[in-house]
Write a protein that binds this ligand. Structure first.
Ligand code: SF4
Ligand code: SF4
Length: 353
C-alpha cells in the first residue's frame, strides 16, 4: 500500500511538482458545503494538493509594458494545463498501485454562473460542484490564503497554481502552519485595477484558524484580465479610444465580462492573436494580487526562492491615462481641428499593440 511519503516522492521526482501536501477528509468539515470533496467522491479519505511554481520571468514582459504573451501562455493557461496532466498521472499511479479510486478535480466549474446548478440526484449536492482549491491547499498544509485571496507559500509567495486529487486511500495528513506570510499590507488592493473591495472581506474558520480575505468582484477582475482597464491595458484604448469603463463602476458578472472580451478580442490585433492561442487572457498580469504582493514579500526577504536580482521590480508601475482625452481621435471621428486621415488601417501593426 502506498504511503504519503511515497506519493509525495513520486509527484516531486517523477511528475515535477514543486510542492505537495495532504489533508484528511475530516478537515473539510467546516469548508463551504459546495466545496465538500465528498460531494464528488463520497468515500474520499484524503485530498492531495500539489503546486507548480510560476517562473518569475513570466511576469517580466507585462511589468515592462512590452510583452503580454509569456504570462498569458505560460504563466496562466500553460501551467493550468500541466496541472491537469500531473493530476492524471498521479491518480493513475494511485489507482494502479492501490486499487483505490483517485480523481483529479478541476476548478473549471467554480465560476458561479457556470458552476453549481440543478440537482442531478434528489437530496444530493447540486451538480458541477468543485473543491475550493485554495482552501484545499491551506488544509493540506502548503501555505495560507493571503488577504488578496491568492494562495501564498513560503517558497514562492503568490507565484504558483494549484492542482487537486481526491482519493479513497487513507493517507497521513500534513500539519497546517499558522498563517504568517501575509502582513495585511494591502498593497495588493491598492495596485489592483479595481476588482478588490476596499472595505469588504470574506471570513471563515477552518481547523480552528480564522481566515479573512478581500471581497473580490470577479466580473471586474475578468474585465481587467481581458484588457478593458485603460490604466493597465494599451490594447482596448487604442482600438476604442472614446470608450471609458472605470473599473469601480463596472457591474458585469464574470460571464458577462468574459463574453464581452471574446466579442471584442478580434478587433484588437494583439488580443486577437492571444485569444486565438489561449481561451483566457491575463492582460493585467495579476498586477495587484501577484506582482505587488511578490515585490512586497521579496523586499521584506520573506521568500525562500531567491534570485540574483533580489527584488523583481520597484513597486511603482507604468500606467496609462485613465480618461479619454477629449480633443483626440475618438473611434472613427476626429475631434475639432484634427485632420481626417485618408485611410484608417486597423490591422497593419505599426504603432498598434
Ligand atoms: S500584498 Fe500580499 S502580503 Fe500584502 S496584504 Fe496583499 S496578500 Fe497580504
Ligand atoms: S488579476 Fe488583476 S484585476 Fe484581478 S484581482 Fe488580480 S490584480 Fe486585481
Amino acid at each position: 500500500m502506498l504511503t504519503s511519503d511515497q506519493i509525495k516522492a513520486y509527484a516531486l521526482n517523477e511528475l515535477g511538482v514543486d510542492k505537495i501536501g495532504i489533508a484528511n477528509i475530516e478537515r473539510f468539515e467546516d469548508a463551504p458545503d459546495f466545496s465538500d470533496p465528498k460531494n464528488i467522491m463520497p468515500n474520499c479519505k484524503s485530498v492531495i494538493v500539489f503546486l507548480l511554481r510560476i517562473p518569475r520571468g513570466c511576469y517580466r514582459g507585462i511589468e515592462e509594458g512590452t510583452h503580454w504573451a509569456s504570462y498569458t501562455v505560460f504563466g496562466y493557461t500553460g501551467i493550468a494545463r500541466r496541472l491537469v496532466q500531473i493530476g492524471y498521472n498521479l491518480s493513475k499511479y494511485i489507482e494502479k498501485k492501490t486499487g483505490h479510486e483517485a480523481a483529479v478535480v478541476s476548478s473549471a466549474t467554480t465560476v458561479p454562473e457556470r458552476g453549481p446548478r440543478g440537482n442531478a440526484v434528489e437530496g444530493k449536492a447540486r451538480r458541477e460542484v468543485s473543491v475550493h482549491h485554495r482552501i484545499a491547499a491551506f488544509l493540506a498544509g502548503l501555505g495560507e490564503i493571503g488577504y488578496s485571496k491568492v494562495f501564498l507559500t513560503e517558497e514562492f509567495g503568490p507565484r504558483q497554481r494549484i492542482g487537486v486529487v481526491l482519493t479513497e486511500l487513507a493517507l497521513d495528513p500534513d500539519p497546517i502552519p499558522i498563517p504568517h506570510i501575509c502582513d495585511r499590507c494591502r498593497l495588493c488592493v491598492n495596485s489592483c485595477p479595481g476588482a478588490m473591495s476596499k472595505t469588504e472581506t470574506v471570513t471563515c474558520t477552518l481547523e480552528g484558524i480564522d481566515l479573512e480575505w478581500v471581497q473580490l468582484e470577479t466580473g471586474r477582475c475578468k474585465q481587467a484580465h481581458f484588457g478593458f482597464d485603460r490604466k493597465t491595458s494599451p490594447f482596448f484604448v487604442k482600438r476604442f479610444p472614446g470608450v471609458y469603463m472605470p473599473m469601480e463602476k463596472q457591474e458585469n458578472t464574470w460571464l458577462q465580462a468574459h463574453d464581452l472580451g471574446h466579442a471584442l478580442f478580434d478587433a484588437q490585433p494583439t488580443l486577437a492573436a492571444l485569444a486565438h492561442h489561449e481561451f483566457y487572457l491575463a492582460v493585467c498580469g495579476a498586477r495587484g494580487c501577484h506582482r505587488a504582493c511578490m515585490k512586497h514579500l521579496e523586499i521584506r526577504g520573506k521568500l525562500k526562492e531567491t534570485f540574483e536580482k533580489k527584488v523583481f521590480a520597484p513597486m511603482k508601475y507604468w500606467e496609462l491615462p485613465e480618461e479619454p482625452e477629449p480633443t483626440k481621435y475618438h473611434g472613427l471621428t476626429y475631434g475639432p481641428g484634427e485632420e481626417m486621415p485618408d485611410e484608417v488601417d486597423f490591422f497593419s501593426g505599426g504603432s498598434w499593440y
